[in-house]
Design a binder for this molecule. Structure first.
Ligand code: SF4
Length: 246
């Protein structure tokens, strides 16, 4: 059996994708996703909902990994692609497009032509949770999928954690790699942490409707996060720890 400090065995992204899509470790979430897919939202009543776990998406040579919370019930749970089909996806993609990580500034459906460059997007949990609130056990259940993706993406140099749950998950994954700074920095939008080894961390507020509608996270603030990420992965000359400044 693998000990906590062993690196996960490297398997291909397509194998991980299959494992995610067929995963049934969280019966509550699987039932919720299927229920939402059956009931639908009036605005999408003609759509065939995906209704299953949503795998990560992007460039297999990515140097940047973007870590969200979970699929939205009528967004990724409908379209089958992470951060696709709702306002959060468009808000995120606008910033990614601005810094060359996406070929188009929108994410509307799985066949919209969106391609990520040097970036891969995934989530802490891959099944839509009721009220966007996964339980601690569900977060724990899904972590091996993230660890497998990280092992399959050997060029990842920086991780943008969108929101506190993604931020906490970054630290749990790093602890599994024996990277445990003390004291651990507190979550703060724009925080940059560069460990001696392992991928750097950039913390951001999540582009949820609640955050973007209230102005807690604005388009320039998120663009600044991707500008910092772009600088981090293309330059070794970035300060060890600090804040994104734009
Ligand atoms: S949330 Fe993750 S671990 Fe749970 S059923 Fe979905 S894919 Fe599996």
């Amino acid at each position: 059996m693998r000990s906590r400090h062993d690196k996960p065995t490297r398997i291909s992204l397509s194998t991980i994708r299959q494992a995610v899509v067929h995963c049934d470790r969280c019966p509550r979430l699987r039932a919720y996703c299927a229920r939402v897919a059956g009931r639908k939202k009036a605005a999408h009543r003609d759509d065939v909902y995906w209704g299953r776990p949503v795998p990560g998406f992007g460039d297999r040579r990515a140097r940047l990994l973007v870590l969200g919370l979970a699929p939205a019930a009528h967004g990724a749970n409908r379209t089958g692609r992470v951060f696709t089909g709702d306002g959060s996806g468009d808000f995120l993609m606008r910033a990614m497009h601005q810094y060359g990580f996406a070929n188009i500034p929108t994410a509307r459906h799985a066949t919209d032509g969106l391609k990520l460059r040097d970036a891969y997007i995934t989530a802490v949990v891959r099944c839509a949770p009721p009220d966007n609130k996964p339980t601690g056990q569900e977060i724990k259940n899904c972590q091996p999928h993230l660890e497998a993706e990280l092992a399959a993406l050997p060029n990842v140099h920086a991780i943008i954690a969108l929101g506190r749950i993604a931020y906490d998950t970054y630290w749990r994954v790093m602890r599994g790699l024996s990277i445990c700074p003390s004291p651990r920095p507190a979550f703060k939008h724009g925080l940059v942490f560069t460990p001696d080894r392992g991928p750097a961390l950039i913390a951001s507020y999540h582009p949820s409707r609640q955050n973007t509608n209230t102005g807690r996270l604005t388009a320039p603030m998120l663009a600044c996060i991707f500008k910092t990420a772009s600088q981090l992965i293309t330059s070794a000359a970035i300060t060890k720890h600090g804040r994104a400044t734009c």
